[in-house]
Design a protein around this ligand. Structure first.
Ligand code: HAM
Length: 412
């Protein structure tokens, strides 16, 4: 679990701000849900035989003896919140959320126990057009952040629940023929959550699995059409993708479309975004049949990628540094700063506190990255003037305090 220090938070804000703005331009609204839920919700939504639930949940008993868990992802909570608040009754919903998620994983670069996701969930729409829009949104985000050339999209359809039941049968038969090669984890999963055997990291088992039956051979017609429709839409808006038949995703609720955006720049934890359809989840949790599709972006990985590519420039935290020296100048400076902040929306003005000579004060101004220093001595204050010093060019002039806002407006 990491601290986000002031040196990093500006980049985080830029990333979060960019994503939020883009989502609003597509007409999506924010939803905020608690970071703890009844443990049972995750068991039912994500699936008992998944790494996330089996190995990674942070679970505790509260004072009433209820079993609660820190959320490992946001989809289950969105569905619960939507059901409890009647958001799915004859309505569609286009939602986004951002927040901390918790998984007790083995930490490494790009994988943490507390991490942050920016997620989107759409309810009540069945067609591939929505799937395409979600992918277009992600592409738009990558473009805005300048990383579009360093990520690629992998796409698959895992079909209907019947597709997977049929496929599972064939896969179990195949695995039984190769049981001697399987480790205990795979043997157990063969009967509990067969598709998850593909998550194995054991090279010998991976070898055997290359000859396993393929899910697409069992794909139902409607799912094929859905995938085809999605591919056509992506082609027509010029979004490149590759079909990865092995892509099944690690959470149980998916059907039909699944996708991931992957970068080669971050080593093994290269998936910066994952998502797909989960048309059966609302019903599974006790609601009406409700089509659903969504994705989540891992913010740590996105930030890491931006830093790796050297795109982490952010605006300095200060535009104007207020230097004062002499009787009554500090308060005059504070008043002037207040006026400037009010007149120029977004202007960042930092006061120098703690006294000291000009040299010390200008050094601070440089350190915080200010573009301009405003200097107020007793003479300036008495004449309602101020010394304006451009810290980049060194240009210095004395102007009326009434005119300084006009000169500073160019900074924002
Ligand atoms: P997920 O693939 O488990 O999907 O997570 C989505 C993204 O969160 C990953 O692609 C990765 O970038 C990031 N992530 C996951 N675990 C960690 C970790 N331990 N440390 C850092 N980053 C991590 C979901 O969570 C689904 N709820 C996505 C979704 C929404 N599907 C439909 N709607």
């Amino acid at each position: 679990m990491n601290d986000c220090l002031p040196t990093k938070s500006a980049l985080w804000q830029r990333v979060e701000g960019t994503i939020k703005e883009i989502l609003h331009t597509y007409g999506y609204s924010e939803i905020r849900t608690p970071i703890v839920e009844m443990t049972n919700l995750f068991y039912r939504a994500i699936g008992e035989v998944t790494d996330v639930v089996e190995k990674e949940l942070y679970t505790f008993q509260d004072r009433n003896g209820d079993s609660l868990s820190l959320r490992p992802e946001g989809t289950a909570s969105c569905v619960r919140a939507g059901m409890e608040n009647g958001l799915f009754h004859n309505q569609e919903q286009r939602l986004w959320y951002m927040g901390s998620m918790f998984r007790h994983e083995r930490p490494q670069k790009g994988r943490y126990r507390q991490f942050h996701q920016f997620g989107v969930e759409v309810f009540g729409l069945t067609g591939p057009d929505v799937d395409a829009e979600l992918i277009m949104i992600t592409a738009c985000i990558w473009r805005a952040l300048g990383i579009i050339d360093d990520v690629h999209l992998e796409l698959n359809s895992i079909g209907s629940f019947e597709t997977r039941a049929n496929y599972r049968e064939a896969l179990v038969a195949f695995l039984q023929q190769h049981e001697s090669v399987l480790d205990d984890d795979c043997k157990r999963r063969m009967h509990t959550n067969t598709l998850r055997v593909f998550d194995t990291k054991v090279p010998e088992i991976q070898d055997v699995l290359t000859d396993a039956p393929k899910l697409y051979e069992y794909l139902d017609n409607e799912s094929k059409q859905h995938l085809l429709g999605l591919c056509e839409l992506l082609d027509s808006v010029g979004i490149q993708y590759s079909i990865n038949e092995k892509l099944v995703r690690g959470l149980d609720y998916y059907n039909r479309t699944v996708f991931e955006w992957i970068t080669g720049k971050l080593g093994t934890q290269g998936t910066i975004c994952g998502g797909g359809r989960y048309d059966g989840l609302v019903e599974k949790l006790g609601g009406d049949t409700t089509a659903a599709v969504g994705f989540a972006i891992g913010i740590e990985r996105l930030v890491l990628l931006i830093e790796t590519l050297g795109l982490n420039k952010t605006r300095p935290i200060v535009d104007v540094y207020m230097v004062t020296t002499g009787e009554g100048t500090l308060i005059a400076g504070m008043k002037l700063a207040e006026v400037l902040r009010e007149k120029i929306i977004g202007l960042r003005v930092m006061m120098h506190f703690g006294g000291g000579n000009f040299k010390k004060q200008f050094k601070r101004a440089d350190k915080v990255g200010a573009s301009v220093a405003l200097v107020l001595g007793e003479k300036e204050v008495s004449q309602n003037m101020v010394t304006y010093k451009d810290l980049k060019s060194g240009e210095q002039l004395i102007i009326s305090q009434d005119d300084v806002a006009g000169k500073l407006a160019q900074l924002v």
